[in-house]
Structures are given as C-alpha cells and as structure tokens.
Ligand binder design. Sequence first.
Ligand SMILES: [Zn+2]
Ligand SMILES: [Zn+2]
Length: 305
Amino acid sequence: MLEGRAVGRLSQTSHSFAFHTAGMLHTRSSRTRLLAGLTVLAIVANACGDGETTVASIESDTATSNTATPDTATPDTSASETAAEQTGDEASVRTAVVQSAQWADNVTITIDGTTVRFESDGLPSHDYLDVYLGDGRDGKFVAGGVDSYNASFSFPLVPTMAASPSETGNGAIGVAISGAVFFDPYEGDGSATIANDDNETIEGIPFIDACGGHPLPNGRSYHYHGIPFCITDSVDAAGEHSVLIGYLFDGYPIYGPQDTGGDEPSDLDACLGHTGPTPEFGEDTYHYHVSANANYISECLSGIS
Ligand SMILES: [Zn+2]
Ligand SMILES: [Zn+2]
C-alpha cells in the first residue's frame, strides 16, 4: 500500500506479555485464561525488577473474586458482594483485556497497581514513509522519515467517568497497539484545521500517509489523527465490531470504526464514545471509536485522566 520501507522494530520482546500469552488465549476457559495471564504478568514483573508486590496483590484479589464469582467475565453484582470485591473484579477483567490486546513486539506493558504503563520506541509496527510534507505543507518536508523516541505513557487500569468531558490539547491523547500514539484531529499550527481534512500531497509526498499517520516536524512522535488504517485493516473483520486498538489516557479503550454488525455506530457522544458490547469485554462497556465521518477521533476525554 505504501511506498515505505520496512520498519526496523526493536527485537526486545521478552517483557511483552501479549507476546507470551498469545498461544494460551484460544484454548482455555475465561477463568483459567485470566489466571494464566496473571501468572505471566507476575513473571514479567519479576523480569522487570519492579511491581512484584503490586502484581501479587492483584493476583490475590482475583483468586478471592473467583471463589465468589464462577465467571469472571460476568461480575457478580449481588448485594452480598462488597464494593472492594467489585473493584477487584473490574481490575481483573481489565487486566485480562490489557494483556490480551494485540500489542506490537516493540511495546512493553506493565501494570503497576492501578496504573498501566506503556513503553515503546514510538515507531509504528507498520510501514511508514521516508519523507512527509512538513508543518505548513508549503514545500517543507520531514526528510529522514520517522525517528524513534522514548515513548512512555501511563493511564488508569480502571477508568472513572468524569462529571464532564475534558478537551484534549496538542500532543498524544492515547496509545496504539502499533507502538505509536493517537493525537486528536487537530494540527498544532494554531489554526482550526482537522488533520485528515487538511491532508495534501505535493510531488507524491503526503502530509498524512495511507496508514492515517505522520511524524512531528522533528521526525518523532509518529501519530494518528483518525482511523489508523494499517492497524484496523489487519485486525478488524467485515461485519463485526472492531477490535481494541489502544487506550486513551483516561483508561477507556479505543476501537476502529465498526460497531456491532460492521457499520459505524450511530450513537457516539461528543468524544466519539458510547456504551455497548465489544469483542474483548463481551458486555456493555464505555469505549471510543475512530470514525470515517464524525470528527475522525476524539477531541475530548470522557473519563478522569
Ligand atoms: Zn499531526
Ligand atoms: Zn462500539
């Protein structure tokens, strides 16, 4: 699709539990799967040399909640369950979802208590270009393609809905499974441009590439302003709800443009979020979508970040 060069990804994959758990996820029950994932998580924490105590406490919470609730995918909401147990259930479910996301090999995810930490080299796991149109798009170019950087971001494991949405600013608003980041739909050039609408190509060199992304003028912070086509094309199936492609910094997950049935959702709020079932949660949960219409990607966060 792109006249890009192959991406030179880091080969450091030993800390990626998505990589380690991939083979287990198709053969075990949801409960066993969750516990297996947490065991791997503990191993990862040991390998990283931190978070061991915290991870152990999550595992302990899970064991407790499993005793009370046979199916962790359907939390027990009976009156006898304490608020602490409910919180533990949600943390367990969200831990399993974070683990099972299709993170690229250059991504390291660490869950430290109530926080998820994302670390990567910032390079997308799909192709990118050697040259992009630069800021202003008036003949200036970002030569040298995309540079790596220390992409380190954190978001809450269990999100909390805010009383009112908060506007996004310039810069990253979330992380993608590709190792790159999401920006909101606007460019940071002081005007009210929406990046995807404002895309241009000069002498075959685009501002935004066919994957829906581009770097900052310094070559770093490769980011998407809308649908990351090179991710969604590889993970989504026609006629089905999109698959989780990342998280915004309030902790709510973000998906491609397909709702249940495969069409775009018709009930998105101002932040391009809605509550409904997703493949990973299997039940109603608040989540964001990117969109071919609407405003492409959220320009506000619904949760507390
Ligand atoms: Zn941009
Ligand atoms: Zn949805």
